[in-house]
Structure formats: C-alpha cells, structure tokens
Design a protein around this ligand. Structure first.
Ligand SMILES: NC(=O)c1ccc[n+]([C@@H]2O[C@H](COP(=O)([O-])OP(=O)(O)OC[C@H]3O[C@@H](n4cnc5c(N)ncnc54)[C@H](OP(=O)(O)O)[C@@H]3O)[C@@H](O)[C@H]2O)c1
Length: 204
C-alpha cells in the first residue's frame, strides 16, 4: 500500500521539489500552499497530490486543515515541516514585529503542525517528522540572527522531540540545507534596513 506524506510550503523550492519526488515515487501527497488561487496550475494532472490552503501561523487553520488531511487520507506516514522564510538585515534595525513574525512562522508554525499530528502518529504507533532547519543552525551568519536563531530553535526542538516521541514509534529527523538558489532569496523580509548608514558598508 502506498504511503502518504504531508508537506508545508509547496509552491516553490524544496517543498515543490519534494511533492514531485514523492508523487513520482508512488506516494500520496497532501501539499499545502497559502493561497491556492495564486497557483492555479500547481501539480495539475498529478492525481496523487491533493492541495490544501494553509497559513502555518494561523493555529485555528492548522487544526482545521490537519484534521481534514487525516480524514481525507486516513493515515499520514510522514510530515515535512518545510515552510519558512528569512528575515535579513541588521538586528538593530529590525523591528520586534519582524522578529516575532520570523519566530512565529519558522518555529511556532512548525510546533503547531507537529502538535496537530502527534496524536495521529501516536495512535498509529508510527510516524516520521522531517523538520527543515538550516546550515545556519550549525554556524550562523551575520545579518540573519533571527532567521538563524529560529533554525537553531528548530534544531533544539527536533532533538528533544526525537527522544520524547521515540517510545511511541515516532521519529524526528532534521534537515540542514546549505545555500540553494530557491525563491527564498526573492521573498526575504528586507524590512530590516540594510541601507542604514551605520551598517550599509558591512551589510553590502
Ligand atoms: N534555499 C536555501 O538556501 C535554504 C537554506 C537553508 C534552509 N532552507 C530552508 O528550506 C525550507 C524551504 O525553503 P526554500 O528554500 O524552498 O524557500 P521557498 O522557495 O521560499 O519556499 C518556502 C515555502 O514556505 C512557504 N511559507 C513561508 N511562510 C509561510 C507561512 N507563514 N505559512 C505557510 N507557508 C509559508 C512559502 O510560501 P509563499 O510562497 O506563500 O511565501 C513557500 O511555499 C525552509 O524551511 C528554509 O528555511 C533553505
């Protein structure tokens, strides 16, 4: 029987590539994007792929959508926490709103999805979480303190949960990609003003 994977943030980059890879290997895929109408042709003709709308910082929507996914597929084998973005710029000029949003997306959104699937995995006594961290959670770079910090948090959360959930047959794996030319660099939160005269030279 073919297995099912749930993947967040699948309209570009690693998320899109993973949907195509899993589906081509015969898996069923529950894929999420923030806004389906913005991606009318995404995974068109791929009958193994079902697309859901999900903003991972909307916890009520996380609950609603994950319930629907479980009801639709009956059994989810793997959850890939992929969705994230990068706040880039000097920390001094980043607002607390920007910093909070960075952690709310990259850390708390991931936690909300993980929490939503734990009971299902525990019931099945089987399941795998694959959490996207970053090479910046091995050694962080300047001007991405919040992004790298959020990815260190993903690393720590994954390490802890891996031990916590092991007795229930649930595994947690962490991915630490290096730099890849995905759309993440076209969607940077540049609000953390790199043109600030104090930082402009070093930031450039
Ligand atoms: N590319 C790299 O160099 C690199 C390096 C290290 C780690 N990573 C990690 O790899 C993962 C995938 O990134 P990528 O490089 O493939 O970038 P990407 O092409 O920008 O893909 C990121 C995906 O996450 C979604 N997303 C962002 N915020 C979201 C939110 N609040 N709710 C729901 N979806 C949201 C994006 O949707 P929208 O299009 O709607 O924004 C997009 O589908 C991320 O966890 C990233 O941190 C990437």
């Amino acid at each position: 029987m073919s297995k099912t994977v749930f993947i967040t943030g699948t309209n570009s980059g690693f998320g899109k590539a993973m949907v195509e890879l899993f589906a081509n290997k015969g898996w069923k895929v529950a894929a999420t994007v923030r806004n389906k109408s913005e991606h009318p042709d995404l995974f068109k003709g791929m009958e193994r792929v079902k697309l859901y709308e999900l903003e991972i910082t909307n916890y009520a929507q996380v609950t609603e959508v994950t319930k629907k996914v479980i009801a639709d597929f009956k059994k989810i084998d793997v959850v890939v926490n992929n969705a994230a973005y990068c706040l880039m710029g000097p920390t001094e000029t980043s607002s607390m709103e920007q910093i909070e949003k960075q952690f709310k997306t990259n850390v708390f959104g991931l936690m909300a999805i993980t929490k939503a699937f734990i009971p299902h995995f525990r019931e099945n006594q089987n399941g795998l979480f694959i959490n996207f961290s970053s090479a910046s959670a091995r050694f962080n770079y300047p001007y991405i303190a919040s992004y790298g910090g959020s990815k260190w948090a993903v690393r720590g959360i994954s390490e802890s949960l891996g031990i916590e959930l092991k007795p229930y047959g649930i595994e947690v794996k962490t991915v630490y990609p290096g730099v890849h030319a995905t759309k993440i660099f076209t969607k940077l939160d540049h609000g953390a003003n790199g043109n600030d005269p104090v930082y402009a030279k070093n930031y450039k």
